[in-house]
Design a protein around this ligand. Sequence first.
Ligand SMILES: *Cc1c(COP(=O)(O)O)cnc(C)c1O
Length: 394
Amino acid sequence: MNKENYNVSEEGYYGEFGGAYIPEILYANVETLRKSYKDILDDPQFQEEYHTLLKDYVGRPSPLYLAKRLSNKYNCRIYLKREDLNHTGSHKINNAIGQILLARRMGKTRIIAETGAGQHGVATATVCALMNMECIVYMGKTDVERQNLNVRKMEMLGAKVVSVTSGNMTLKDATNEAIRDWFSNPSNTHYIIGSTVGPHPYPDMVARLQSVISKEIKWQLQEKLGRNYPDYLVACVGGGSNSGGTVYEYLNDLRVKIVLAEAAGEGINSGRSAATIQLGTVGIIHGSRTLLMQTKDGQIEEPYSISAGLDYPGIGPMHANLACTGRSEVLAVDDREAVEAAFELTRLEGIIPALESAHALGIFRKKQFNPDDIVVVCLSGRGDKDMETYINFE
Ligand SMILES: *Cc1c(COP(=O)(O)O)cnc(C)c1O
């Protein structure tokens, strides 16, 4: 393999990470998906339908906005990729639209999903309403409580929300439950995974569906600056889908540096953190060989972050590889730094960001840029769902 190829291999690997470590009962499903996903995604009719919905339903292209006051403060040129303006409030809808179209093509009638912050659940419930499909969303009980507005939205959209009470009742546990459902209903059910995680081909499929973000960044920069690449791309990483979409078109373009923010929670070494890349070791989680937070004997450690969307003990295999090869620089941003960055963006630019996106903005406290550096930050979502956390943070 070319050393400078950061895309997935034919076998489903990014370097040593990825693959499809799945039980026999799911083999046929995953294998069918693996054989057909590229053909379906590349099919002109699929592309036409997908892009029409992205334009007329989601509201794409999302603006690339020069944040002047934020730029002045940090002495570089900061552009925000406004995924917060998408229908349903984040980048998650890009993937959900693509996968529901794919599920329909594959003759599936029942959709299941897992959700942490509830953003992916809302996006999935939304596209299920749109396409008249049955929708079951698994969500940890802790998240059901801290993201109650999103639960109400999913129910209003016609989805059934299953509150999961195993583990520490967050995203990892919801994912386990969704996989269990898939075992029991392999023929009629498509599992819409919400991030670049899970067995191959999911990480690549989700990254391709999110790559619309970097495709737009390319022509938008060309239009604004007369050059189609930035010096830096910045995004937060939970599983890696908004960052994956943001970097996709630039993966092998080494002029563009990649800076990723992961959630340090109360501090990397506090014991309450979700800094998977810095604390993780190699293991298998949800069908993929990647970095994860685990004890010496391989028990998954409970992650913690103030932001439900970053509260996952693993990381997508693409990002494990980018970090381990040095292609990306990973900074851990803690709860307080993220909340401060959220208030700062709100006061300087009049944009209330999602807590997850606020972690990406938190890197400006940790890293210096040059005045002529073009820095594109993926503003992955809006802050409506996090208002209670912002109001109550001390
Ligand atoms: C879910 C979510 C994330 C984290 O997921 P990724 O797959 O890493 O993008 C980040 N931001 C927002 C707004 C989210 O809803």
